[in-house]
Design a protein around this ligand. Structure first.
Ligand code: ADP
Length: 405
């Protein structure tokens, strides 16, 4: 009889030893939890993952370390488990000894007659984190799309009434000029209509910039490269701008080391770049200042610079100046207004030509914007005739509408 007991005890001890070894060696998170929720036995992997020692675990209830926001739902799921006592895929956060949380996925099987839960657990913190990041990214993308669509719609909505206002002012001016309108001659109607026109142009400039920005963002901005003499394009634009700076007494000069250089470019976009840079130069250069447009034809590229001796840009702002919506916010610049879109558009347009743009500046000395276009030509030659750039006057008026006269 005693032999039988001895044998039984030995067998029990062996089983106990084997279970211990198993729990030590196994890399998975395994636990036996009693009916009150206390850890009875756990594998070593729990300590590796959550940081609590074996002894600490065995004094703890799973409810002590579950995230408080997950407790009620987990209790509910455990209480209402299937008849066979199985629960699969219970995902919760558990507190580590250092106070951080890990996401764990539990599979439990209740051994009813023993009142014990056999639990296997998987660390899914990384997966949850990845899922969270991917959801966040998805949300950002959705938001960006909504924002872009909104910008596009609202910009077009603005454009129609602005154009109607502009058309009406133009008609009004014709009638004023022809003396068709009866009004008190002391009322300076012309001045009012000029103000309406200028402010409509400012709105139009903003709207055009917004539309272009949205098109660039959504990949719908088209650029039509043609082989054209870039020198004459730049010269023509510079000269046509001269009349807009007359009042400010700024000297505008143009210089080039070559008279002709045919490259692949989109004249409309080059005009946009130049008008942006020139209007900024005028905006930020005080009365009697100086603006130089210079072209340097190098062996591989063409360097076009617009240099002013205006208020300059602080060193710390130079890195972000081409980012959208950036305005150098100091009291000096407040005298002029703008949206901070212009330079980001310039950068995108230059890059669409395969070029690059940079800036050099010193506060109170001046600013030099330089853009470089590669010396390449295109086979897709649609039109070699110098195109008459239509309504430059209006484009200038729109572009320079931020500058109060
Ligand atoms: P904005 O429509 O506000 O002029 P931009 O993108 O064209 O927007 O310019 C961004 C900012 O860069 C401006 O608000 C201004 O502070 C600064 N900036 C641009 N050009 C010049 C310049 N030639 N001299 C001084 N500051 C400039």
């Amino acid at each position: 009889m005693s032999e039988l007991i001895e044998h039984g005890v030995k067998k029990y001890e062996d089983t106990e030893e084997e279970l211990k070894l198993f729990l030590e060696a196994v890399v998975d998170l395994i636990a036996i939890i009693d009916e009150n929720g206390f850890f009875n036995r756990i594998s070593e992997a729990w300590t590796d993952l959550l940081g609590w020692s074996q002894t600490e675990f065995l004094e703890m209830n799973w409810k002590d370390i579950i995230h408080k926001d997950d407790l009620i739902e987990t209790e509910f799921l455990i209480k209402n488990r299937r008849d066979d006592g199985l629960i699969r895929g219970l995902k919760n956060r558990y507190r580590c000894k250092d106070g951080s949380y890990k996401w764990l996925e539990w599979n439990c099987k209740l051994l009813k007659e023993k009142g014990l839960d056999l639990v296997t657990v998987r660390d899914i913190t990384e997966n949850v984190e990845m899922e969270r990041r991917s959801n966040e990214l998805q949300k950002v993308i959705e938001l960006e799309t909504i924002k872009s669509e909104f910008f596009a719609n609202i910009s077009h909505e603005f454009k129609t009434p602005i154009n109607i206002i502009l058309g009406t002012v133009q008609l009004l001016n014709i009638h004023i000029d022809k003396n068709n309108i009866k009004y008190n001659s002391e009322v300076d109607l012309k001045r009012y209509s000029k103000s309406v026109k200028q402010n409509s142009f400012r709105l139009l400039r903003l709207v055009n910039n917004l539309i272009d920005m949205t098109k660039i963002d959504t990949g719908f901005y088209e650029i039509h490269l043609e082989n054209r003499n870039i020198i004459s394009i730049i010269e023509e634009i510079t000269l046509s701008v001269a009349q807009y700076i007359g009042d400010k007494g700024i000297t505008l000069t143009f210089d080039t080391n070559e008279e002709e250089e045919v490259i692949a470019c989109d004249p409309d976009k080059i005009e946009r770049i130049m008008l942006n840079l020139l209007s900024n130069a005028i905006k930020y250069t005080p009365k009697d200042g100086k603006i130089d447009v210079n072209i340097k034809v190098n062996s591989k590229d063409i360097e076009i610079s617009v240099e002013d001796n205006g208020i300059g840009i602080a060193r710390e702002k130079l890195d972000v100046i081409f980012e959208r919506f950036i305005q150098v916010d100091n009291t000096l610049t407040r005298q002029s207004e703008g949206s901070g879109i212009g330079l980001s558009l310039v950068k995108s347009l230059v890059e669409m030509h395969g070029g690059s743009v940079s800036v050099e500046s010193e506060v109170n000395k001046g600013t030099k914007f330089i853009f470089r276009l590669p010396k390449i030509t295109t086979d897709n030659q649609s039109n070699l005739q110098p195109k008459v750039i239509k309504s430059r006057v209006e484009k200038c008026e729109v572009e320079f509408s931020d500058i109060y006269s």
